[in-house]
Every structure is written in structure tokens, then in C-alpha cells.
Design a protein around this ligand. Sequence first.
Ligand code: GUN
Length: 312
Amino acid sequence: MNPARLIDGRAAAAGLLETVKEDVAKLQASGVSVTLAVVLVGDDPASHVYVRSKLLRASEVGIRSVEHRLPADTAQATLLSLIEALNSDARVNGILVQMPLPEQIDEGAVIATIAAEKDVDGFHRENVGRLVLGEPALTPCTPSGCLFLLEHTLGDLSGKHAVVIGRSNIVGKPMASLLLQANCSVTILHSHSVDARELCRQADIVVAAVGRAQMIDASWIKPGATVIDVGINRIEIDGRTRLVGDIEFESVSRVAGAITPVPGGVGPMTIGFLMRNTVLAAKGQSLKSVSAKPAQREILRCRATDRVSERS
Ligand code: GUN
């Protein structure tokens, strides 16, 4: 069997970011500037790294960003007041509150407070509901990135059997909804699934989002299947820290038809879709504004490539 084709998330994200950059420039030329507010609470080192990359990407594509750093002992009421102020600030198009949050803060309350049209993470119940109903929505960035890579690799996904391993609100559940809208037959596997490996072996597409290092080996994969690895796990090998996915890459890449590496697969797509969602949010808000002129409306209209949010 030939080794699997590598799905290059860095190259795909670079292409996506080019399109986003062009959109931002067109919006600016029509008098609409695009702004993302990023809120970081506490000192989690990984969150600081993620936020730095998001701010860097935003500046590369011309999106203005406003950063709010709050101490780890911030009260929930203080954070909710900040979000409400950002909701009412017409200059802010997108709001991202970096997770995880300190334990005194209820993540659900935070997500519910963000205005749905500024929810660039796609976590708000209005966007979740819209996604499930097949209505235009801001969709979560990681699963949107996975769908993009799958369509980039396979073209039309209609009729394919997709198995999603993991049922988190951030990845597993929205991934299943996106695949269903792309006309796949979808199976979700989780910790209570019976015969998970056998079910997975029937899949044309496998999306692994369990958060357990190298859990899925070649015995789970049908020869020729397309495998998307969402996991980012740090493990120690010979005293050195290595990043690995939920897929056991060595064995699976000998069986699969195509596979994403870790790093360099899904990760770059997540930030790419955050930027794309920020542009979509800005377009949506401008379209609603009474002052939008016909020529501006043409620019603001979603493009064919914005298919996920357009599909109904
Ligand atoms: N923490 C880890 N991933 C994410 C994400 O996609 N969005 C937010 N807001 N926080 C995260």
C-alpha cells in the first residue's frame, strides 16, 4: 500500500488567509473597517501562546485587534460587563474570549453573553441552533477548518460515511452537523460506544477529536480512508517534549489514503477560520446597518467560497 497523501494545513490556511486579506481590503475601501476584540483572563501559558498567534494573524490580514487582559482573580460580573460593553461598541465586529477560564467564571454564562452576531467562535446557542438547522451561521473554527480540508482533498463529500470520534461542543458535535450538511452519513463515536473500532473501520472519513495521544492506530482505519487529526497532545519521548495527535501517525499513514500531520494539519486552519468568521461578522453587521449603499451591499454579499454560512 502506498503511504498516505499528506494534507497540508499550512498551505491551505495560507490560501484562505489570502482570500480573507482581499476581503478585508475591499471592506476597508468601502468604508468598513474590521475589528476583533480578544479577551484573555489569567496566566495560562498555552492560552497566551494561542492569543499571540491570533493577534499576529489578524494584523497580517489587516484586521484591527483590541486585546483585553484581565487578572486570574477577575470576578465573573466584571468579565460579563466587559463583554456587554464590547457588544454595544459598533466598532467591534468580533469578540473572542479565550478558554479555558479561571474556575470562578462560568464559561456557559460568558458564551451566552456574547452577542450572537459577534460570536466569531460560533459557540453561542443561536449559532449552534442555526448550524443544526442549516441556516446561515458563524460556525466553530476547528470543525470548519476540518471540513475545508476534507473538501479540498476529496471534493464533493456526498454519500461518504464519516466517523467523528469525540462529542465535544467545540469540535465533535459541530463537526457532525457540518458533515451532515455536506451530505455525509455521519456516525459519532464516544466513550460509551460499543465496538467503536469496528464502526470506525467502516468510515471513508475519520475525524479524531478525543484529546488522547495516539489513541487511534491502523486497526481502526479502512484502507484508503481520509483521516483528519484534531488532537494536539504533548508527550515526553526520550526526555523531550513532542506534539502528537489523537492518531498514531506512523501506522495510520501506511493504511490511510490521506492524513493530516500534527503539527501543520488542522491547527493553522483554526486561526484561518477565526479570521474568516471575523470578516463574515463584519459583513453581516454592515449589511444590517441602515446606511449600507447598494454598491457596498454588493461587496458585503457572501461569496461562493463562503459556502458553509450560505448553505441552507
Ligand atoms: N481555547 C482553545 N481553543 C479555543 C477556541 O477555539 N476558542 C476559544 N475562545 N478558546 C479556545
